[in-house]
Design a protein around this ligand. Structure first.
Ligand code: NAD
Ligand code: UDP
Ligand code: UDP
Length: 331
């Protein structure tokens, strides 16, 4: 590839001051698989905002055109309806691979995107997950921890799919010299999150808006660390544009029990909301909290938005979508 020209672009990215606008005098071309989804659409906004050409590959399995409709008509933006399980030919500089069909097809999609990266010499970033740590026996989790995953459990399809995707990514790096990056993403929330995929933040926020009880699974003492989506997107770009392969934990170290999260949702949306206990799912990790010292040191990245500031930022988006849904049902 040609020389990367680093242009300084003001604003938006916080500590990450230098942003690659292009290579050898032309604009950087970036693919985002899964770009119509929650995280992907925010990432696309950032890349378009800094002047890149962006191609989204998405089959709308869980993503929505509504997440990108504000970019339709922008000559630097292109949307391709395509399943990454099928091969595809493109010419780009960077591939952010976010598309995550229910595994095991996850593995096929990752293989194709790595094959694409190899053929065209593009840099490839895998969005892996904190789930690779399973029900962790080390707390907080460092990138050096190998994890505690039940290979035959109910959630192992996702966990093992991502673990295999990490393996493939490193094999293409070592074996074929592909430039790769691996992010291990911890629980992330924000506007455009799926309303109905059963994640705890989307469930609680939607329940509070609909005046339904907040469903706490198990005793509610299990913990998670919740990251606001703009922090994640800044971390993904810093990782892609930096010199380190990873893996890097990208998450907010603020740790909350599900009961504490319910309390924050009550304070933010409806103080009269009630709690309803439900049986927990099998193999639910008891605790999760990222150690982010590696990303702080090598990527100069850390999250900026605490839960109490981030939650209010998703409420109006959720209210609008729930209202539209109700209208759609003729209510
Ligand atoms: P999402 O479901 O909103 O986005 C995934 C996108 O991929 C959707 O637009 C979907 O339509 C698309 N997609 C799925 N299968 C596809 C296929 N076969 N071909 C093309 N497109 C396909 O999910 P998200 O929360 O935005 O997650 C993005 C990535 O980040 C995923 O890889 C996920 O595993 C990872 N991640 C997310 C979180 C989180 O808390 N949101 C945590 C850890 C990891
Ligand atoms: N692939 C793709 N686009 C490309 C190059 C490869 O979708 O531009 C797919 C290809 O169809 C294959 C996978 O990526 O299924 C892995 O490709 P690779 O060349 O590494 O493996 P091979 O084809 O040699 O088995
Ligand atoms: N959870 C809950 N109520 C819900 C949905 C989830 O108490 O309505 C719990 C779930 O049991 C888990 C935690 O919230 O302990 C996080 O679940 P989520 O699916 O959001 O993320 P993950 O388990 O993948 O980290």
């Amino acid at each position: 590839g040609g020389l990367i020209r680093y242009d300084s672009v003001g604003g938006g990215s916080g500590r990450i001051g230098r942003i690659p606008a292009g290579i050898g005098g032309r604009r950087l071309r970036v693919v985002v698989t899964g770009g119509a989804g929650f995280v992907g659409s925010h990432l696309v906004d950032k890349l378009i905002g800094r002047g890149n050409d962006v191609i989204v590959i998405d089959n709308f399995f869980t993503g929505r055109k509504e997440n990108l409709v504000h970019l339709f008509g922008n000559p630097r933006f292109e949307l391709i309806r395509h399943d990454v399980v099928e091969p595809i030919l493109l010419e780009v500089d960077q591939i952010y691979h976010l598309a995550c069909p229910a595994s095991p097809t996850n593995v096929m999609g990752t293989l194709n995107m790595l094959g694409l990266a190899k053929r065209i010499g593009a840099r490839f970033l895998l969005t892996s997950t904190s789930e690779v740590y399973g029900d962790p026996l080390e707390h907080p989790q460092k990138e050096t921890y190998w994890g505690n995953v039940n290979p035959i459990g109910e959630r192992s399809c996702y966990d093992e799919g991502k673990r295999t995707a990490e393996t493939l990514t490193m094999d293409y790096h070592r074996g074929a010299g592909v430039e790769v990056r691996i992010a291990r993403i911890f629980n992330t929330y924000g506007p455009r999150m799926c309303l109905d995929d059963g994640r705890v933040v989307s469930n609680f926020v939607a329940q509070a808006i609909r005046k339904q009880p907040l469903t706490v699974y198990g005793d509610g003492k299990q913990t998670r660390s919740f990251q606001y989506v703009s922090d994640l997107v800044n971390g993904l770009a810093a990782l892609m544009d930096g010199e380190h392969v990873g893996p890097f934990n990208l998450g907010n170290p603020g740790e909350f029990t599900m009961l504490e999260l319910a309390q924050v949702v009550k304070e933010t949306i409806d103080s009269s909301a009630t709690i309803e206990y439900r049986a927990n799912t099998a193999d639910d990790p008891h605790m999760r909290k990222p150690d982010i010292s590696k990303a702080k040191e090598l990527l100069n990245w850390e999250p900026k938005v605490p839960l109490r500031e981030g939650l209010p930022l998703m409420v109006s988006d959720f209210r609008n979508r729930i209202l539209n849904e109700d209208e759609g049902k003729g209510m």
